[in-house]
Ligand binder design. Structure first.
Ligand SMILES: Cc1ncc(COP(=O)(O)O)c(C=O)c1O
Length: 409
């Protein structure tokens, strides 16, 4: 694999961009050394991406999950081109903002009002602001990642955050109702919101977890916020809340809502969202129209082309394929819950063996033209609907050979 151009640019970037990237999840340590894995991608189409040196890959990262239909869908490009001729942004709101708000209200169970912004971190931050304003309380109980802003980064102990914020957020693990209940008891009367991912890569709610959280929030007058940044427009059009039949008070959408264009939405109950009339959640580019028309067209395609059924079908095949490889090769592969975004790892006796296996497997897959995301020993797969049957078969063949190689070692 020739990666010379990538390597050269990576060296330059390390001097002028902290960690050589503007997106944390694109740091080198999540992939492989720059001599073994491309540092830059230059173009993409459908389910394929090309690196700076011209090598082609089948992409299972989906740009960290915004791509659900496929990269650079011609129909979405056309809508963007039509809009750019009229204008990308104006001095007053444009009609497409109202059109998208109406569509989101139609499709998302919890949506009665909408605030558009640009990023996931912005809309989860807006949700927390709204919940604090509405309840007059300050504590936040959080499950999962919700973006880089101070209120959430305080949970990680990140430096550069005012001391007063560290005590205002507490973490509870997914599917752990007992811990949540204890926190609610401990901070009774002080909690503004429970903000949580309702599902995630390979992680489905169990034992009526969401229903129990909903009931608890109701009993204690706590605002329930679902972070649907990953699950929205992938689990189902209306997100995990629609799939699992539990409606939060507020919900944050982003990523997949415009097949890769930068847009995010806070939606929720009118009574709660109305506090925004007297608050201050705003951005110059919140009304940027190219992403809005891209979102309108994305939602149309997701429905008309039954994209979410396709994503589920692809995940099914890969899930079954991994299980079959595990059985055939006699190596334990832990494939987590079957969902439209998958997670797996090699179930080996200790962390070192797991890590060595993950790195060897990733090296092999990369050489064969698969672009995979790895956090430590775990692989995250975010299928794109444009994947063909041949792509999926090729992927499973590469996985099988990659596993065989591990066994030989
Ligand atoms: C569940 C979840 N919430 C919030 C965010 C933050 O979104 P953004 O990176 O668009 O700010 C992310 C990003 O990965 C996410 O996965």
């Amino acid at each position: 694999m020739d990666l010379q151009k990538s390597i050269k640019l990576y060296k330059k970037a390390s001097e002028i961009i902290p960690n050589s990237t503007n997106t944390n999840a694109k740091r080198r340590e999540n992939f492989l050394d720059e001599n073994l894995f491309p540092a830059y991608l230059e173009k993409a189409k459908g389910a394929y991406v090309w690196d700076l040196d011209g090598n082609k890959y089948i992409d299972y990262i989906a740009a960290l999950s915004p791509i659900n239909i496929g990269y650079n869908d011609d129909r979405i490009i056309e809508k963007i081109q039509q809009q750019i001729k009229k204008g990308a942004i104006f001095s007053l709101p444009s009609s497409v903002e109202v059109e998208l708000a109406e569509l989101l209200i139609e499709k998302i169970p919890s949506a009665e009002m909408v605030r558009l912004l640009k990023t996931g971190a912005e809309v989860t931050s807006a949700a927390v602001r709204v919940a604090r304003h509405y309840t007059g309380k300050e504590m936040i109980l959080s499950c999962g990642y919700h973006g880089w802003h101070d209120w959430w980064s305080a949970k990680m102990g990140t430096k550069g955050i005012p001391d007063c914020l560290y005590g205002l957020i507490k973490d509870f693990p997914f599917n752990d109702f007992t811990t949540l209940q204890k926190l609610v008891d401990l901070y009774d009367g002080k909690i503004a919101c429970i903000i949580m991912t309702a599902a995630d890569y390979g992680m489905a709610p169990k034992n009526n977890f969401l229903q129990k959280v909903r009931k608890l929030a109701d009993e204690k007058n706590i605002v329930l916020v679902f972070d649907e940044i990953v699950t929205g427009f992938r689990w189902s059009l209306g997100g995990a809340q629609e799939k699992y039949g539990v409606t939060p008070d507020l919900a944050a959408f982003g990523k997949g809502m415009a097949n890769g264009l930068p847009i995010a939405a806070l939606v929720g109950k009118k009574e709660i969202m109305s506090v925004l009339k007297d608050n201050f959640v705003t951005s110059t580019f919140a009304s940027e129209a190219l992403s809005i028309v891209a979102s309108l067209e994305t939602i149309r395609i997701l429905e008309d082309d039954k994209i979410l059924e396709k994503l589920n079908g692809i995940s099914n095949r890969i899930y079954d394929g991994l299980k079959a490889i595990s059985k055939k090769q006699g190596i334990e592969i832990n494939v987590f819950d079957l969902l439209p975004a998958l997670k797996f790892e090699f179930d080996l006796p200790n962390e070192k063996e797991k890590m060595d296996a993950a790195i060897e497997f990733m090296k092999y897959c990369t050489k064969k033209g698969l672009m995979l995301k790895r956090y430590g020993t775990e692989f995250y797969l975010c299928p794109i609907a444009a994947l063909t049957n041949e792509d999926i078969q090729f992927t499973l063949d590469v996985f099988n050979d990659g596993v065989k190689l591990l066994i030989k070692k």
